[in-house]
Design a protein around this ligand. Structure first.
Ligand code: ADP
Ligand code: MG
Length: 413
């Protein structure tokens, strides 16, 4: 049978050149090979692609992969093809669509990447029913949930499409889903609750610190001085990125800006310089980081609160991918929360409750006198030990002491 353990390991090695699975990959692959629908929540870099690509080469028929961005799809296509996997994309920008459809019908494709809007096209369902679909893989599956941070209405069309193929297993993948979003993804995509697999989210080598912003320039200079390796400073606006990248030049380190307003060539050059550097500071908006492969980032500093715990986790997660000690420092101010609550008014009404929950969760991370890591991991559904020994609250005397001291003085006066 295809789910025989040693056969799976053989194919893992043959196709990808890896000798072992990482974390929950094996559980996910074995479930899918057994024909059981699954939602895998795995952090960025954990290796989600392999969990559908490996079953795709092992199962008879084609794995239909839904992905939200054409650029992302083409990246995936390149790496799959490089591994000798028979793959194609079927999008509006592909000129060889006829040929791709022929290959699908002939059973000549392991992977077929499509955008979610294709699901609504009657032709597409009809085409799928004339070939053989091995499984559905839904990448960035949080897009199906209004509780997620990136709702895409087209993802809602996947359910009726997949329901037309009741025997075909579904594999939903996401890096960032709190409990609420997970439950919603399961319901929206018709995956049973027992199909939820969550990978460990802990990044033990990252030391978390969250401090009130009093003199941001001095505070960021200190972070830079204490961490000689490459680092990222996230700032909320393009203007702040420009200003900070000028000011932080005084640190004596190479500093470059990165934001979506820069000329694409400048952006690409700055990114390449950062990837190659051993001491550069990149000052950036959140536009920077997606898909950047730099394992030795030693610090990530936030000049202001990110927009959610999910964003915080994802952005700080760009530090220390090589496993070496790294730091994540966030500067926060009350005005960050004032601004976030003001933005609530602009959010569509049906999404407001979700947004509010996200702001509150972030506020509790900022305000907690207890272990930051424990709070983060609980947010992602884990049950961590109460203290980690590697965050500001675990390492320094809790600030609560000061408050008690002040209160005693006041009382005894
Ligand atoms: P994700 O989509 O979860 O962010 P990717 O699928 O892009 O992660 O994989 C991240 C990296 O991990 C890729 O370079 C991939 O080749 C590598 N990788 C995945 N699985 C394994 C494994 N079992 N052993 C070693 N490297 C792996
Ligand atoms: Mg991925």
């Amino acid at each position: 049978p295809v789910s025989d353990s040693s056969a799976v390991l053989d194919r893992l090695h043959e196709v990808f050149g890896f000798t072992t699975f990482r974390g929950v990959q094996r559980d996910v692959v074995e479930r899918v090979l057994a024909g059981r629908s699954t939602l895998a929540v795995m952090p960025t870099g954990a290796g989600k692609s392999l969990t559908y690509q490996l079953p795709a080469v092992m199962l008879p028929g084609t794995c239909v992969v839904v992905s939200p961005l054409i650029a992302l799809m083409h990246d995936q296509l390149r790496s799959a093809t490089a591994n000798g996997i028979r793959a194609a994309t079927l999008t509006s920008v592909d000129l060889d669509r006829g040929q791709t459809i022929d290959r699908f019908l002939a059973g000549d494709l392991d992977l077929l990447y499509v955008a979610p809007e294709r699901a609504s096209q009657p032709h597409f369902m009809e085409m799928l029913s004339r070939g053989r679909v091995a499984m559905f893989a839904i990448d960035e599956a949080h897009c199906v949930s209004e509780w997620g941070h990136d709702f895409r209405p087209d993802y809602r069309l996947l359910r009726p499409l997949m329901d037309a193929f009741p025997d075909v297993p579904r594999l939903a993948l996401t890096a960032t889903a709190d409990r609420h979003t997970r439950a919603d993804i399961l319901a929206q995509l018709g995956i049973p609750e027992e199909g939820l697999i969550v990978a460990g989210f802990d990044r033990p080598n990252i030391r978390y610190g969250i401090v009130p912003r009093d003199n941001p320039l001095r505070q960021l200079m200190t972070v830079i001085a204490e961490n000689p390796g490459p680092g990222i400073v996230y700032a909320p606006t393009r203007a702040q990125v420009e200003k900070l990248s000028q000011q932080l030049g005084a640190s004596g380190r190479p500093v470059l800006p990165y934001h979506a307003g820069l000329d694409p060539q400048v952006r690409a050059a700055n990114q390449a310089a950062f990837v190659a550097s051993e001491d550069m500071v990149m000052v950036a908006t959140v536009a920077f980081g997606m898909g950047i492969d730099k394992p030795d980032v030693r610090f990530v500093a936030h000049a202001a609160c990110p927009k959610s715990i999910e964003s915080y986790y994802q952005e700080t997660g760009r530090a220390g991918r090589d496993g070496d000690p790294s730091v994540a420092v966030m500067l926060w101010g009350a005005e960050d929360f004032v601004r976030a609550r003001q933005r609530l008014a602009e959010v569509e009404e049906h999404r407001r409750a979700g947004e509010r929950t996200r702001i509150d969760a972030l506020a509790s991370l900022v305000e907690t006198p207890h272990c930051r890591r424990a709070l983060l991991l609980r947010h992602f559904g884990e049950t961590p030990p109460p203290s980690c020994g590697n965050c500001d609250n675990c390492l320094e005397a809790p600030r609560v002491t000061d408050a008690t001291e002040t209160a005693r003085k006041l009382l005894s006066a």
